[in-house]
Design a protein around this ligand. Structure first.
Ligand code: NDP
Ligand code: MG
Ligand code: MG
Length: 330
């Protein structure tokens, strides 16, 4: 099994002797900044003038500055602005102030792996990527545990990049849960493949296809919604807690038999072939190129598809049904 790193493997001095600028205060940023600070790290938050996150960070008791000011007074920078904004931010507000031996840190490998950011040779470049949304990274830290994380070293100028990465992972609570070493290539390509083929693209199309099939056959759309979307959570919770075997143990034998008989007819050889094509496009940088171009041209395809998706009948029926689910957070 892959080696896991835990708190005992991390020497906290490597991050405590640094001043860390957390750039961005969104999902990941707020969790990293608060967790590091409460772990005893000297932290400053970097934001732009007029950012709605600014007041929030101040209210949370953090020191906040413009990005370039934060970079100037720090020697480790965690870049937590949206991936498509990182390249411009790096060029304008980080690169001009980099000093030899600084640490440039990411929570996702996209910009380094696809050469949208090319740092000078005399800085460390590494990743600490929690495997969970920022709000969970924060909540579990407060509860005294943590979300697992991946670390990867792209460039090791000081010879200490991995030590600093492990210390950082400890500071956000991730070393309590376990840290796995990966590469920028592996993290980036698997992350994109997973969200496209399985987690986001795969799941939403599967749900819609099931919903449409039932509704077109004359079944009530409310019933179709419950069966194809709402119940997904119950199944995913079982998968998360105990894998496929736990899910299959918990559902009825009828459901388990149907699973074995039908699953491969839905996700068939054609689907697997297509997944291989999708992966190849990611590996060759075709997906990255398209997404970068989208952002350079004002996101024409992205916006058109977003508008189209909200027209699907499952959106409206879901809105109405969730009104009645008083236990859901609004
Ligand atoms: P969010 O969109 O939640 O937050 C972005 C933050 O950056 C906001 O505080 C925003 O401020 C600020 N910001 C935007 N533009 C600028 C700018 N030009 N200068 C300074 N600050 C700016 O991002 P995420 O936390 O989701 O993502 C950050 C990174 O973490 C990405 O690399 C992502 O891939 C990675 N990641 C995200 C995970 C997640 O669960 N969300 C999981 C693992 C990794 P304002 O809102 O005021 O505009
Ligand atoms: Mg992703
Ligand atoms: Mg059922």
């Amino acid at each position: 099994m892959t080696k896991m790193f835990y708190e005992k493997d991390a020497n906290f001095n490597f991050i405590q002797e640094r001043k860390v600028a957390v750039i961005g205060y969104g999902s990941q940023g707020h969790a990293h900044a608060l967790n590091l600070k409460e772990s005893g790290v000297d932290v400053v938050v970097g934001l732009y003038e007029g950012s709605k996150s600014w007041e929030k960070a101040v209210a949370d008791g953090l020191e906040v500055m413009a990005v370039d000011e934060a970079v100037k007074c720090s020697n480790a920078f965690m870049i937590l602005v949206p991936d498509e904004k990182q390249s411009k931010l790096y060029q304008e507000s980080v690169k001009p102030y980099l000093k030899a031996g600084d640490a440039l840190i990411f929570a996702h490998g996209f910009n380094i792996h696809f050469n949208q950011i090319v740092p000078p040779a005399d800085v460390d470049v590494f990743m600490v990527a929690p495997k969970g949304p920022g709000h969970l990274v924060r909540r579990l830290y407060v509860e005294g545990t943590g979300v697992p994380a991946l670390i990867a070293v792209h460039q090791d100028y000081t010879g200490k990049a991995k030590d600093i990465a492990l210390a950082y992972a400890k500071g956000i609570g991730a070393a309590k849960a376990g840290v796995i070493e990966t590469t920028f290539k592996e993290e980036t390509e698997t992350d994109l493949f997973g969200e496209q083929s399985v987690l986001c693209g795969g799941v939403t199309e599967l749900i819609k296809a099931g919903f449409d099939t039932l509704v077109e056959a004359g079944y009530q759309k409310e019933v179709a919604y419950f069966e194809c979307l709402h119940e997904m959570k119950l199944i995913v919770d079982l998968l998360y807690e105990g894998g496929m075997e736990r899910m299959r143990y918990s559902v009825s034998d009828t459901a388990e038999y149907g699973d074995y008989m039908v699953g491969k007819r839905i996700i068939n050889e054609e689907t697997r072939k297509e997944m291989k094509k999708v992966l190849k496009e990611i590996q060759e940088g075709k997906f990255a190129q398209a997404w970068i171009l989208e952002n350079m041209t004002g996101r024409p395809v992205f916006n058109a598809r977003r508008n189209e998706e909200v027209q699907h009948p499952i959106v409206q029926v879901g809105k109405e049904l969730r009104q009645m689910m008083t236990w859901l957070k609004k």
